[in-house]
Design a protein around this ligand. Structure first.
Ligand code: PNW
Length: 472
């Protein structure tokens, strides 16, 4: 373990991550308006066991205790998201809710008081329901300037203290699972809508960044970027066509969102395969998008094999497979020998390193932050303890591959574990536990799992290294 900590530079940023709807609760407290997730949860069959985020971890009332959990772990950064409908209940500036602003002020101030740097995600999927009802959500480009207004309100209200901004979390998930497979809010099934929603999400990101760069960055001196998610795709065989299939799968997954930002347009294979269903950027939009991220935010969870899809293979369109596979001509599979988490996601640590190297190469070695990595297991609380050996092993192995990537020249600057707490795992409700801390959802009681203690030991070696380093 000492050696693992020593493989990261002293300035490497270690953090944990959460999102508003998954932990805050207080869904109709102090003037918060409903989001599309509140509505989605209320339709039977959408979320396992009929779970909702109404109470969740009650972080809204227990945030001080949660900041203490991070203090005990020794993490230096906390990534959380702002609930749009808590600060703007109807989604527009006309509906400003001061109580919502006050909550985030308390949270931010509490983090800073404990030397924990806030990393704030502006949008983690919880669109104000009013914008869904009025405009059809991300299918409408009317939402684009409204998102920029909301982002500007965040910069205005919190930017004196928040220096690290993430515009959007995983637009791929919002587009594919929300508008393609219908398993996430707003629950649409289509092979056209995901491309439209993704297009508007990208434009919303670009406009928010422009507002920051022009009106706030010069005086506030922060950084702003976007977080995308991607699995690794390993060619099933060494054949040219399988290697090509893996490349296409990665371009449809990550290139869809990162190419416009780093290279100015959607990947060529998407333009060719999706054809008229893929919207086009105007020249001004391309200029606005290109270079619109100060860092590359990456959420990474798993790996699959990719092979050229043959005529008798219908492809898959289930939660978590890479989505819209019929447009890619790719068949996905896993190796039976790979261990699986309780999400049924394969544990393949080297896939993380390969993905980091692929990103570095394709996008000219940008500063990279892993803004989420982690795993769900069926944890049990026994005599005040949660012995989650598999999770500890998962983190040790994935972090080891991050160190390998660093040594191979990847410009990795930070790592956030998903998640600080067990929480509302979207369509899976409270059945999947991703936390470093166990939450009893009846009482709200938190218990550090063994993995949290392992992390604390890793980070304490990090900081002792720093003291030694500065003394030398
Ligand atoms: C991410 N997939 O979601 C989110 O950012 C978190 O809110 C979530 O709790 C975490 O990962 C664990 O699920 C994802 O199907 C959801 O590929 C689905 C996928 C990927 C990420």
């Amino acid at each position: 373990m000492t050696s693992l900590a020593n493989r990261f530079p002293p300035e490497f940023l270690w953090g944990t991550a959460t999102s508003a709807y998954q932990i805050e609760g207080a869904a109709s407290v102090d003037g918060r308006g409903p989001s599309i997730w509140d509505t989605f949860c209320r339709t039977e069959g959408n979320v396992l066991n009929g779970d909702t985020g109404d109470i969740a971890c009650d972080h809204y009332h227990r945030f001080e205790e949660d900041v203490q959990l991070m203090v005990a772990m020794g993490v230096k950064a906390y990534r959380f998201s702002i609930s749009w409908s808590r600060v703007l209940p109807d989604g527009t500036l006309d509906s400003l809710n001061q109580a919502g602003i006050d909550f985030y002020n308390r949270l931010i101030d509490c983090c800073l008081k404990h030397d924990i740097t806030p990393w704030v995600t502006i949008y983690h999927w919880d669109l104000p329901d009013a914008l869904e009802v009025k405009y059809g959500g991300w299918l409408s480009n009317e939402v684009v300037p409204l998102f920029a207004d909301y982002a500007a309100l965040c910069f205005d209200s919190f930017g004196d203290r928040v220096k690290n901004w993430i515009t959007l979390n995983e637009p791929w998930v919002a587009a594919v699972l929300g508008y393609g497979q219908g398993v996430f809010a707003p629950g649409h099934c289509s092979n056209v809508e995901p491309y439209v929603a993704a297009h508007n999400l990208l434009l919303a990101h670009a406009h928010a960044v422009e507002r920051y760069r022009v009106d706030y960055q010069p005086s506030q001196h922060g950084i702003i970027g976007i977080t995308n998610n991607c699995d690794w795709r390993e060619p099933l065989t060494d054949s040219e066509e399988d290697r090509q299939a893996a490349e296409v799968a990665l371009e449809f997954f990550l290139g869809w969102f990162a190419d416009p930002i780093y290279l100015g347009d959607y990947p060529q294979c998407m333009r060719a395969n999706v054809g008229k269903r893929l919207p086009k950027f105007s020249e001004e939009e391309q200029a606005l998008l290109k270079g619109s991220s100060d860092f590359f935010g990456l959420n990474h969870y798993t790996t699959m094999y990719a092979a050229k899809q043959h005529a008798d293979d219908p492809g898959q369109s289930v939660y978590g497979n890479g989505g819209l596979s019929e447009d890619q001509g790719v068949s996905l599979s896993v190796d039976e020998s790979w261990p699986k988490t309780s999400m049924q996601w394969a544990v393949v640590p080297w896939g993380c390193r390969k993905l980091l190297e692929w990103i570095s190469k394709r996008y000219d070695n940008p500063p990279l932050y892993i803004t989420e990595n982690g795993c769900a297991y069926d944890d049990e609380l026994e005599s005040g303890q949660v012995i989650d050996e598999e999770r500890t092993e998962f983190y040790a192995q994935y972090i080891n591959e991050c160190a390998n990537a660093l040594e191979n020249g990847v410009n990795l600057q930070g790592y956030f574990a998903w998640s600080l707490l067990d929480n509302f795992e979207w369509a899976m409700g409270y059945s999947k536990r991703f936390g470093l801390h166990y939450v009893d959802f009846e009482t709200g009681e938190r218990t550090p799992k063994e993995s949290a203690k392992w992390f604390a030991r890793l980070l304490s070696q990090e900081s002792s290294k720093k003291v030694v380093g500065s003394a030398a």
